[in-house]
Design a protein around this ligand. Sequence first.
Ligand code: APR
Length: 271
Amino acid sequence: MDDLESLADEIRSADTVVAFTGAGISAPSGVPTFRGDGGVWEKFDEGQFTYGRFRSDPAGFWDDRVDLQREMFAEVYQPNAAHEALAAMGRDGHLEAILTQNTDGLHAQAADAVSGDSSGDSDGADANGDAADDNTTLLELHGNARRVRCTDCGRRRDADPVFDRAAEGELPPTCDCGGVFKPDVVLFGQQLPGTVIQRARSLARESDVFLAVGSSLVVEPAASLPRQAASTGATLGIVNLESTPVDDAADVVRREDVTEVLPRLRELVAE
Ligand code: APR
């Protein structure tokens, strides 16, 4: 039995399986990663996008953010075979939760696709990161970049028209109530919402199998959640092209493309 087969066995007999994902799961869909060759942080300076800058210089922040959004969302992306494999595992009752650092909304879209929801309403996780479908909780830890939120009244809007207004010179773009819009994401220097991080930590602790997929695992809470899961008894599987600082704590490490490994894992679980 190879290591993927034994991981599939563990998943089949587990009560709680949690997947934790990063930019690498969306890379095969064309979404740029943050680190590594061609990563976003080679072209932009993280310091341009801090919460402190948003507060002190919202116009400058938005001016730069338009460029970042164009880089990140240059095309209309579709979920790939790895998103679909996780969504199918969720639909089949083998995945309790997806915790994602990604802000691209592709997990929610994949969940809609496998559950046959054609409404196009793919922003599955709400503000507190609620259900993607009936079986699987989706926590978008860093928010959703396809939305903006008013810093005064809290109203959420589709990001595209607001970014268009900013690109045309409305800096910063504002809500009907007069409040400044902020991308609905967690900026550098901003805390993750307490309820979201608490749920993520308790899911990690409860998990019998924890899969870390397509993340460099260097940014908090990515750096600590898989270790926390392993230290409370979970079988830890890591799927990532490059090595990560958490590989030493993992039971299974596959340095392969997510679109190869996850569909295979899903097939083995379903056998
Ligand atoms: N299959 C498997 N792994 C892949 C693939 C692929 N097809 N493509 C890329 N990877 C791996 C890379 O090797 C890299 O280690 O995905 C990882 C992506 O790492 P990062 O770019 O650091 O992304 P992530 O871990 O999600 O970053 C965390 O950092 O800047 C912040 O807020 C941003 O949410 C982001 C956070």
